[in-house]
Design a binder for this molecule. Structure first.
Ligand SMILES: [Zn+2]
Length: 74
């Protein structure tokens, strides 16, 4: 599961997000695309279990499809 950690300079927050090969990471808070990829990759965090159900779950919610996930955007 390609979960990477990013830093948003706008929010000054770190966030973890699922990123696939042709997707651009966006900040789940401000939707900014100007995010920096951090070197520390986060492996499986199964504390809430959402990472093992589907590949489209976002890190800030547990629904699997929301505006921050962008999973339904063609
Ligand atoms: Zn942000």
């Amino acid at each position: 599961m390609p979960i990477f950690e990013y830093f948003c300079p706008t929010c000054e927050k770190n966030f973890e997000i699922l990123v696939f090969g042709n997707e651009k990471p966006v900040c789940p808070r401000c939707q900014s695309r100007k995010v920096k990829k951090l070197l520390s990759t986060v492996s499986h965090k199964s504390d809430s279990g959402f990472t093992s159900s589907q590949g489209s779950a976002c890190s800030s919610c547990s629904s699997g499809s929301c505006s921050t996930c962008g999973s339904s955007s063609s």
